[in-house]
Design a protein around this ligand. Structure first.
Ligand code: DX5
Ligand code: ZN
Length: 216
């Protein structure tokens, strides 16, 4: 059974309380919060005040996905805002090991995200130091994009690497997850499914989360 992490990028920003209430009452496991800086990715989303308010509106895990340059400058502020998991992009970190140490020392779980072009092998030497790998299944920056099929092979390769080393690292798949492709993603070895459009554009968001969750 996968963990479900709806992305609030597709939520109603004029009524976040309502969407938080829906997620709280649903089978969603995590709140996936996408932070974009307009530099690492060609879009700007939201920052600390929004996350602080979401933190107050839920006791579920706040999974913060940073699509920003120089994440070390802001890690402490994201902890203060309420992040439980902080994920940085490998492509944005010159000193990834140091970034991971910083996140852990602040008392958060550490995640590393890989863009679709970044080889799985590039994560190998820090795999024992992190809690989560976020495999991007779209190019980051926007919700509602189409799933890149090659991600399935990448997921299998990463899962094998994790299992071969008997690690507890979770694989999160982010981008273009639908009711149609979710099963194959889980079968490839994913532990966590991020879903923005599929959940929030649905007529029955809680029912859609339930369907994603029921994949065995
Ligand atoms: C993309 C974000 C994703 C995105 C997922 O840059 O990291 O979390 O919001 O949205 P969907 O599920 O709509 O592709
Ligand atoms: Zn994301």
């Amino acid at each position: 059974m996968p963990l479900i992490a709806p992305s609030l990028l597709s939520a109603n920003f004029l009524n976040l309380q309502q969407d938080c209430d829906m997620l709280n009452a649903s089978e969603a496991d995590w709140f996936h919060l996408d932070v974009m800086d307009g530099r690492f990715v060609p879009n700007i989303s939201f920052g600390f005040p929004v996350i602080e308010h979401i933190r107050k509106a839920t006791s579920k895990v706040c999974d913060v996905h940073l699509m920003i340059l120089e994440p070390e400058k802001y890690a402490e502020a994201f902890k203060k805002a309420g992040a439980d998991i902080l994920t940085v992009h490998i492509e944005a970190c010159h000193h990834l090991h140091r970034n991971i140490q910083q996140i852990k020392s602040l008392g958060m779980k550490a995640g590393v995200a890989l863009n679709p072009h970044t080889t799985i092998d590039s994560i190998k030497d820090v795999l024992g130091d992190i809690d989560l790998v976020c495999l991007m299944s779209v190019n980051p920056g926007f919700g509602g994009q189409q799933f890149i099929e090659r991600t399935l092979e990448r997921t299998r390769a990463l899962r094998k690497m994790i299992d071969d080393h008997q690690l507890q690292v979770q694989i999160e798949i982010d981008g273009g997850v639908t009711l149609e492709n979710a099963r194959s993603i889980v079968e490839a070895g994913a532990h966590v499914l991020v879903a923005g459009n599929t959940v929030f554009r649905s007529n029955d968001p809680a029912g859609t989360i339930k369907k994603l969750k029921s994949i065995s």
